[in-house]
Design a protein around this ligand. Structure first.
Ligand SMILES: C[S@@+](CC[C@H](N)C(=O)[O-])C[C@H]1O[C@@H](n2cnc3c(N)ncnc32)[C@H](O)[C@@H]1O
Length: 512
């Protein structure tokens, strides 16, 4: 199969392995609620994804990402610390436009490749990744996704009609769409939701009250605007021009709007009448369409209006509409109400918002979001979730984290701020490629896999020594026991009698 080559490829294909492992530091003052297990991490996603590994390896059910499209307008900077003279010349400079910057596609591929590798490692066996992209990098993107996720795990390139206007975007056409590329970790394990179609007749019913009691003053609370993409705010107006009233409550009309069951029709006299679509017939399930339904997923304009409503002003350019992300993440998490959903290019936090919305079905899904820019992460990503949680009185909150120091300090010692739980998670993960289950861990015992038990002596009162007295604390069985400590004060014969392998901290701690 042909593979893509680009400048810097050899330097980045294994760069994910070279990224130093950093600790995560929770910032209580910037968090909301206690132990929600939702995370917002400020920092570079390359380091953040690595830091998540001991806790979330193979656990993420759905990844949605919206990386820079490399349009030449985003002012993104390639800044990874890759050991390559060619690449070092690129660092700290804004990636230029087509024809001005001959290495712009190479830089983008170098940035994306190691991040996608880490994302794949975090994905559950039945998980999927969905990534927004446009024509600037679509073909390159598919090639590296084929490389990392394998061609046979390709699901679809969904088409999203992101724009309704007809303004030309080139000399010849008006581009109205972008793409969402989807891959599975293992295509055989993916279960997508289906489209529901009603076979049968469609009729309509006017939403404005007619006949008796049809005036605004008859039911003042039933007079309010309904938002139409085409006509803006639409009020119930009687044919004589006076105010009328709707036949249904705001909440019911919102539900129908969300289901795409409301239509607007301009009358000869200029008024806009609103109708409810009535579908009668039998419901059938069909395979999910590769062209997204605009009535459900909305457009970019909706994303901007939504965010403006939350903050009272425009704070972020081109946020995705939460309806789009909600629909995308529901594809494989609708029936998994405990799914963990990750977005490592969080921006205005739409993914977190969408997860909270999806949980209105009684679910307990969790989100993890990563954002590079300090101000965006604090004020916009976290700010949005804070406001949404407060407004809708959601029970869930989030923990706000900063990327902290590297696990190994400059002298190669374990960073002193690293606590027992963090270090135990790291040790267990590097030994087993599994995440530590804190329910099974007890005191110094941190876990067992395939007949090997793991123990950690760290931050003990009398220094971190493996002494004879510790033998009372190990399980009485023939399992092999790997014990991490600073020093071993037990002779080799006893170690072998108890089937113990001693590993010295920090020298025998695996670098991940
Ligand atoms: C296109 S925006 C995402 C918009 C988002 N989907 C929304 O609806 O608001 C991309 C975001 O990724 C962030 N970003 C870019 N590079 C990053 C990196 N290396 N690590 C973390 N975030 C990054 C940018 O700061 C920007 O906020």
């Amino acid at each position: 199969m042909p593979t893509l080559n680009w400048i810097g490829k050899e330097a980045v294909v294994n760069h994910d392995k070279e990224v130093p492992f950093k600790l995560l530091r929770k910032v209580k003052s910037a968090s909301v609620g206690d132990n929600s297990q939702n995370l917002i991490i400020h920092g570079d996603n390359l380091e953040a994804l690595k830091a998540l590994m001991p806790y979330y390896y193979g656990k993420i059910k759905c990844i949605y990402i919206d990386p820079p499209y490399n349009t030449g307008n985003e002012k993104w900077i390639y800044n990874d610390k890759v050991n390559s003279p060619k690449i070092k010349q690129w660092l700290g400079k804004v990636v230029g436009r087509e024809s001005e910057d001959l290495t712009r596609h190479d830089k983008w591929l170098c940035m994306m490749y190691p991040r996608l590798k880490l994302l794949r490692d975090l994905l559950a066996e039945d998980g999927v990744i969905l990534a927004s992209i446009d024509d600037n990098e679509l073909s390159n993107f598919i090639q590296i996704l084929n490389d990392i996720f394998l061609k046979r795990n390709y699901i679809e390139t969904f088409i999203w009609k992101s724009r309704l206007g007809k303004g030309a975007t080139s000399q010849t056409t008006a581009k109205l769409h972008e793409y969402i590329v989807a891959y599975a970790k293992d295509i055989n394990l993916v279960k997508f939701k289906t489209d529901k179609r009603i076979r049968g007749k469609e009729s309509k019913e006017r939403l404005r009250q007619w006949g008796q009691g049809d005036k605004r003053e008859d039911r003042p609370t039933m007079y309010f605007p309904i938002f139409s993409k085409e006509y803006g705010e639409v009020f119930p107006i009687r044919p004589d021009g006076s105010d009328g009233r709707w036949r249904m409550s705001k909440i019911r009309i919102k539900e129908l709007l969300d289901q795409g069951l409301i239509t607007f029709e301009k009358q000869k006299d200029g008024r806009i009448e609103v109708y409810r679509k009535i579908l009668s017939g039998s419901e059938t399930n069909t395979a999910y369409s590769s062209i997204l339904d605009t009535e459900i997923v909305k457009t970019t304009a909706h994303g901007s209006i939504e965010l403006k409503d939350i903050f009272g002003k425009q704070v972020f350019d081109y946020p995705k509409p939460s309806a789009l992300i909600k629909e995308l993440i529901s594809l494989n998490t609708l029936n998994d109400q405990n799914a963990i959903i990750l977005d490592s290019f969080a921006g205005s936090g739409t993914t977190g918002h969408a997860v909270l919305e999806l949980n209105k079905d009684g679910g307990n899904r969790k989100f993890i979001m990563v954002e590079l820019e300090d101000k965006v992460a604090k004020k916009i990503t976290a700010g949005r979730i804070r406001k949404v949680v407060k407004k809708h009185k959601y029970k869930a909150g989030f923990e706000y984290c900063e990327l902290d120091k590297t696990l190994f300090d400059e002298n190669g010692h374990i960073e002193s701020s690293c606590d027992f739980k963090e270090f135990a998670s790291y040790i267990y993960f590097t030994e087993t490629q599994r995440n530590l289950d804190f329910k099974k861990a007890k005191d110094n015992f941190i876990g067992e896999l395939s007949g090997t038990e793991y123990y950690l002596i760290y931050k003990e009162k009398n220094k971190n020594d493996l002494r004879k007295s510790f033998l009372k604390r190990i399980k009485k069985n023939n399992n092999k026991k790997v014990i991490y400590a600073d020093r071993c004060l037990i002779d080799d014969m006893t170690l072998s009698k108890f089937n113990i392998v001693f590993k010295q901290i920090p020298y025998e701690v695996k670098v991940y």
